[in-house]
Design a protein around this ligand. Sequence first.
Ligand code: BG6
Length: 467
Amino acid sequence: MNGKFPQHFLWGGAVAANQVEGAYQADGKGLSTSDLQPQGIFGAITPRMPGDSGIKDVAIDFYHRYPEDIALFAEMGFKCLRTSIAWTRIFPQGDEETPNEAGLAFYDRLFDEMAKYGIQPLITLSHYEMPYGLVKNYGGWGDRRTIAFFERYARTVFERYKHKVKHWLTFNEINMSLHAPFTGVGLPPESDRSAIYQAIHHQLVASAKAVKACHEIVPEGKIGNMLLGGILYPLSCRPEDLLETQRQNRDWLFFGDVQARGYYPAYMQRFFRENGIQVEITNEDRQTLRETIDFISFSYYMSGCVTADPEQYETARGNILDMVPNPHLASSEWGWQIDPIGLRYLLNVLYDRYQKPLFIVENGLGAKDRVEADGSINDDYRINYLNDHLVQVAEAIDDGVEVMGYTSWGPIDLVSASKAEMSKRYGFIHVDRDDVGNGSLERRRKKSFYWYRDVIHSNGASLKDRR
Ligand code: BG6
């Protein structure tokens, strides 16, 4: 794989505030939607009572241990670390006029620590959480006023960190709101499609406002969107399967189309019309949407298949999307189908469609690890997964796709998003904590730690084509 990765390729890892920081009420932080789902995205929404606890309340205690963790990332040679800002540290209820200084100061310390090692931050404004105050008092993204609250938050952090953070993302996996409306847009799970698309519309407008603000405030700032790259293949070459696959891929590509092109694609008009979906879109909204992103970012874990035949339709154990299993692919312990070539395919699809630089901001294998008697963790399965995906990234770069960087998901073990598990580990660094919170939180390097260090140091030359 010599020479395929560009010289300034941003190698690194990605985490999210609510899955690593803990300290869920420290220094004035308000409750977020994530705090109300202690069992994860697919768990119940529970009011937090005094004395209640959940695994995310401490998570891996990154809030206090970040200097040790950043030093470990630096040891691997990270050029970039993706994390998110917890909106509720800055605006605890969401609708305050002035920000919480203690929350702002935390991220100053974090970014300064990264700067010591030359690690560039890539910052998501909203990763699977928003202030619960905005849900309770306004109805989340269902209410147009949330756009202005988000814009105030975005402008506040752009002003504060404009000399420290040059790469930004708006909403994590913005397309997942269709599948998990509480996490995505702060709506009850049983909301109808008109309500969900209206909330999504408000979020798309807010995203465009953040893009504008970033361009105004952050010198040389670049801002991208973030899609759950759920690429789907037809299960067969029947034309009906192909058409259904195109339709379902458009369910998520729609978000990228609006954010990258600046307007709603025509196919959505028909979709709204035929499904009786009403969305209020003002002329001012149309104008705002014209402010488009600088690059496309996405997560990629697996691919899936589509059939137009209801009899063949069975549900694969995907995370958020329902997909038909691909008979040619193996699966992870969590039933996610492993498809490195799909990453090359997806990179080409997105580049053909948008002609904008791409950033792979999540990819990785959630697996159970075993700590051996001598303390080592031999995670060859993770090395193989990541190696094979990166080989395909190199191929896509050779195809001519412009790839800015690659941040593997969970470079340090963290709490999983879907079910709030610690045992679903993605890290190069092991954290001693189990699913119910036992453990010392001690950090330990896995075999993959040294493997990734070599990949970064060799700029990809150490990758092996195992096909
Ligand atoms: C993505 C999310 O959907 O997948 C992350 O952006 C999440 O927040 C990741 O952690 C993996 O999912 P899980 O459920 O294994 O944590």
